[in-house]
Design a protein around this ligand. Structure first.
Ligand SMILES: NCCCC(=O)O
Length: 231
């Protein structure tokens, strides 16, 4: 059977390589490795006009919304806190359109860090613009335990408390419509969200691509294969 094709969003940032010094679509190589370890094929999805999102989603079997810049606060009705980073408007527009298209079409979706926050914002939720004292909030990747909520999709994939690699200074505040929290950190930070109806849409606040636990991405790829059969 053909492996499911997993679309992964990218940064758009200035980069230098060889004689080149210019804007580039960037994706940490950990993401393709993670998707391949999960059993999927990778398609990188650099920002495009939001009007292309539905056609792109129709051609992939699942979507990973990768980590990155802070979501522009106006997207969730907030004034920017001085500690919020500069906006990545083109990327926000593109990824919000991809998330809308994935949810509308039942395409399985995994949001990683920024991707989880964007999933929450896409559904009308809000973010805390800066966390004090949370592991990973002071500019250094850290590890902390995450506890699953029994009965959730996340708990079906990772039933036990797990140490996760984490790097973020923002977090989910008010949950978006139809989302439930499916894992928490010890300090009460929401660490995973998912839809409360039968659909494969999961967001995790940490960076699973930085670790060696592939249960989440294997779940995504299984769901992608099932969704491909239904199409
Ligand atoms: N806000 C973008 C995701 C990373 C962070 O919260 O630092």
């Amino acid at each position: 059977m053909t492996k499911p094709l997993i679309g992964v969003t990218t940064y758009l940032d200035r980069a230098r390589w060889g004689v080149w010094d210019m804007p580039a679509a960037l994706l940490a190589a950990r993401y393709p490795r993670y998707v391949r370890e999960g059993g999927g094929l990778v398609a990188m999805l650099p920002p495009d006009g939001p009007g292309a999102a539905a056609a792109v989603v129709a051609r992939v079997d699942a979507l990973v919304v990768a980590g990155g810049a802070d979501v522009e606060p106006v997207r969730y009705g907030a004034e920017p806190d001085p500690r919020t980073g500069p906006p990545a408007r083109e990327r926000d527009d593109w990824e919000l359109a991809l998330i809308d298209a994935a949810l509308a079409s039942g395409t399985p979706l995994l949001g990683v860090c920024r991707g989880m926050q964007l999933l929450n914002v896409a559904l009308g939720g809000t973010l805390t613009q800066h966390l004090d004292g949370h592991v990973g909030a002071e500019g250094v990747m850290g590890l902390h335990p995450v506890k699953p909520v029994p009965g959730t999709l996340y708990a079906s994939l990772v039933p036990e408390q797990a140490e996760v690699p984490t790097y973020h200074h923002q977090a989910v505040d008010r949950l978006g419509a139809g989302l439930v929290a499916s894992a928490y950190a010890e300090d009460g930070t929401v660490e995973a969200v998912e839809l409360d109806e039968p659909a494969w849409a999961l967001g995790v606040q940490w960076h699973p691509e930085m670790g060696e636990d592939f249960r989440i991405v294997r779940g995504l790829v299984r769901a992608a294969a099932e969704a491909a059969v239904r199409r």
